[in-house]
Structures are given as structure tokens and as C-alpha cells.
Design a protein around this ligand. Sequence first.
Ligand code: ADE
Length: 419
Amino acid sequence: MNYDIKDIKLAAAGKKRIDWADKDMSVLNQVKKRFSQAKPLKGLKISACLHVTAETANLVRTLKAGGADVLLCASNPLSTQDDVAASLVKDDGIKVFAKKGEDKNTYFKHLEIAIKHRPDVTMDDGADLLSLLHTKYKNQVKDIKGSMEETTTGVIRLKALEKENRLLIPIVAVNDAQTKNMFDNRYGTGQSTLDGIIRATDILLAGKTVVVAGYGWCGRGFASRARGMGANVIVTEVDQIKALEAAMDGFRVTTMAQAASVGDLFCTLTGDLHVIRPEHFKKMKDGAIVCNSGHFDVEIDVIGLKKIAKSVVKNVRNFVDEYHLANGKKIYLLADGRLINLAAAEGHPASVMDMSFSTQALATEYVVKNAGKLENKVYDVPVEIEQWIAQAKLKSMGISIDQLTPEQKKYLSSWQIGT
Ligand code: ADE
């Protein structure tokens, strides 16, 4: 069987959604056009472990246009858009192994199928595929020319592997490209996290106290969008510089222990473990809402919450569980602590994924072109790729920018002219 998806009959709805996203992905479309002529990925097998969304579908179509035989599996059990998965199978002949709500066993079974595809190149969002390739399937790493990593959490894991001298494949850290994190992580997460929270709860943000854990690009984006909706935003951080930045951006900065008793809505975007724990839940107001928009479902100590709860009412709304604590208060946990923007909404909008996935596609071409020359290290995306994407995006937005005059160029490369 070349696929494992929820229902092939959803294909027509998925196709509409993919085409709708496609019209906002003009940079990726330029890459696709060039790929379909030059075929830089001809004869290559690619296994991509990504969120199966309409935007990802357009990346996969681009890789296929470049000549690759692509297999796609989910990078999170809750993020798959089943109609998109069906359309990719039916309309594009892509091997898709992903079902929204799949259990952990199925999730890992799908990852194993992706490895058995015997890829020349892999793509990860969170490094689960790479992690499996560095443990159970070590014998296969020699066949792999390189791999791309889409998210902060994945890059952190792969850099840890590199630090221990155990990295066996060259990696391109797509996440670390400015054309990715400054836009996708900040504006994409900012908007899609709000979207997920609103779709799940239908709450009014104006006047609410929103506690944002983490002030990296994702936290910055979400904090600014929540403020834009009229919320009073509190930021918690462990990094001194980021905490200062949040304070000077005008947010209240304090500890989670302090914030716990005043927040109406809590959202974790840290990439770290157990940022909200039982000691915090116990202090929260009756009716507090808690969710996560970080990659893994570890940021909220859900097991700890279950332990201190007397009872749980599942699904009081879609993606909302009501926890009854011994102190008589109720806490609402969204999407089991999994990333709210992809579980309850549709992830980041296409026009921002346009940049992320153009970076992915061009990094793939780079890895293939440089196969054998790259070391087993975590590489940045080459600056020329970033510059090309930025100029193409500006052009698609109808924005022109100034050019340096010869006099300015000379000034910027000299030291003589001062006071
Ligand atoms: N990560 C966040 N939003 C996404 C989207 N729309 N598609 C794929 N990956 C994503």
C-alpha cells in the first residue's frame, strides 16, 4: 500500500484547499517553475516528515516537479489535514502516511515507512525522523546526502547530536534562516496561535490577561498579536536578554509563579519542558485556559495536571478538556497540550509558509548539488538563497527598495571618512 490516510474521498475538498494556498505562494511557484524545467532532484527519493497541510502539499508538489519521488509523513499526530493528505495521494500520486489523531504507534510506524522508502534526502519538522535514523536505522544513514530541519526544537536536538560528535548526516538548519524564523516563527505563529485559540474557545481577548511563556520569535509574535487584540500581556522568560527585550517592548515580565494567579489565558512557546506545572495550576483562577504553541507537547505538564485533577470532562468543546481540581477550580486545557495552531486551526497562512518552504526547496537543491562535499554538521542556509527569496517576496508584494549609490557603496566599505 502506497499510503495510509483517513479517507481518499476527501480528495476534492483537499484539492480546493491546496489550490487556495497555492495562490499565496508565488515565490514557491517560481521555484516550482524552474524545478519543472531543470529537474534538479531527478531520480532522488525524498522522505519528508512535516505537518501535512495545504502549504506542505505545495512544497511536495514543487519537489515532485523537480523530479523527486516524495513520501510524506506527519511530524505531529494532530496536525494532519486529512483532505489535503487525500488529494496529495489521488491528484499528485504522492505516498502519504498521515492521519489526524493517529496514536503514537501509528505515528512511529509511519516514520519507519518513510525510512524504508530509502530516501536520498530527508526533511524534518522536529527531528523525529533524524532521531530514528540515528538510533534504530543507523545502517541507512550512509545513503543520505543531507537533511533539512524546519523548526527551532529540531535544530536544538540536532545541534546537541553534533556537539556529542554523533551527527551522521549533513543538516541544513532551514529554521535558522532569516527568511524563515523572522517571518514564519514571528508573524506565522503570532497569527495562527491566536487563530487556534479563538477557533477552539471563541473567547474575547480584549481585556483578558494573557500570559506568554517564552520570548523567542514565536513568543514575540504571539505577544504582539495578543496585545493587538486588546489583551494585557505578561511575558515569562528564563533568558535575561529576552526578558529585558520583552520589558522594553512594553510587556509586563514576571515569573510563572507570579503570573499563574492573574492570567486568564496561558500559552507556552518556549521549546522547553514543563514550563507550566502543578504548582502553577493550583494557583490559577477558576476557568483559566492553558495551551501550547511550541513544537512538542511537553511544555505543559499534562500528566501533572491529571494527577492533581479530581475529574476531567473531555471535549466540552472541540479541543477543550475541562479539568476539575481538588481546590474546586476548573482549568481548560486545549488540544491536549499539543500545538494549538495546527491542532485547532490550519497552521500558518500560506503567504508566510511561501518563504519557509521556498527556503526548504532551495536548501534541498543545495544539499543535492553539494552531495559528498558537506560534512556531518549543522549548516546555515546559504545567504544567496535567503537574498533571492527576500527579493522575490518583496517583488510579489509589489515593494521596491532603494539601491546603494556608488558613493554610498564606497562610504560603507571605507574607514577614512569620520567626523
Ligand atoms: N508549521 C506551521 N504552520 C504550518 C503550515 N501551515 N504548514 C506546514 N507547517 C507549518
